[in-house]
Design a protein around this ligand. Structure first.
Ligand code: 5RP
Length: 222
């Protein structure tokens, strides 16, 4: 199977996994990216079996609505039963790097509000140590250069993702060349830089379960 087929397989597996949770009150959190897009398309087959969704990006909200799936503002719901999203990297503790699609802040908010976070990823995303994928950091535009200098002091090489504005009106710095031995500590340190909105490390709130697409089938990691 190629990478796209692996993404489809884990998206399909995620819909099967959450189906027993669906009833007329269930709110599903929906992530962003190509794997999440497959999840949205398969979730449409369950339309009517659950209340609706909260989306982690405008793009996902539009895709959900194109299928006729209700999308709620997060402030309008009491909570999210389960959140399904992809990742750019995962380690064996299910700590993640996310934000390749620039949706990291809303993804982190939706993850924080969710009872359960199901990560769906093809096997190329599995690593022992996070950091081969450049770590996205969302930054208030006027603080971009200051934050970049502070990131250099932490040992990273920040690169401005040009021509990208997040759904929140901010910019992204992608931090290269960091082997992230202590994800929790780095997540904290980056968030403590004034001007940082959030960073793409999901270590304080890792995934609860990973559905990993491999050549031997979908593996479940908890
Ligand atoms: C978007 C994300 C995505 O989950 C991540 O980039 C993975 O994307 P894909 O499923 O397309 O490989 O964090 O901000």
């Amino acid at each position: 199977m190629n990478q796209d087929q692996l993404k489809q397989a884990v998206a399909r597996a995620a819909v099967e996994y959450i189906t027993p949770m669906l009833d007329s009150d269930t709110i599903v959190g929906v992530g962003t990216g190509s794997t999440a897009n497959y999840f949205i398309d398969y979730l449409a087959e369950k339309k009517g079996l659950f209340d609706g969704t909260v989306a982690s990006s405008e793009a996902s909200a539009e895709r959900l609505q194109s299928h006729g799936i209700p999308v709620y503002d997060l402030n309008a719901v009491d909570g999210i039963r389960v959140y399904v999203d992809g990742a750019d990297e995962t380690n064996p503790l299910l700590q993640l790097i996310k934000g390749g699609g620039a949706a990291l802040t809303r993804e982190k908010i939706v993850a924080a509000c969710s009872e359960e976070f199901v990560c769906i990823a093809d096997e190329s995303k599995w690593v022992e140590v996070l950091g081969n994928f450049p770590l996205p950091v969302e930054v208030i535009p006027m603080a971009r250069s200051y934050v970049a200098r502070e990131i250099v002091k932490l040992g990273g090489d920040p690169v401005y993702r040009e021509d990208v504005t997040t759904d929140n009106g901010n910019v992204i710095l992608d931090v290269h060349n960091m082997q992230i031995a202590k994800p929790l500590a780095l997540e904290d340190a980056l968030n403590n830089i004034t001007g940082v909105v959030t960073n793409g490390l999901f270590a304080a709130r890792p995934a609860d379960i990973l559905l990993l697409g491999t050549a031997d089938g979908v593996k479940t990691v908890k």
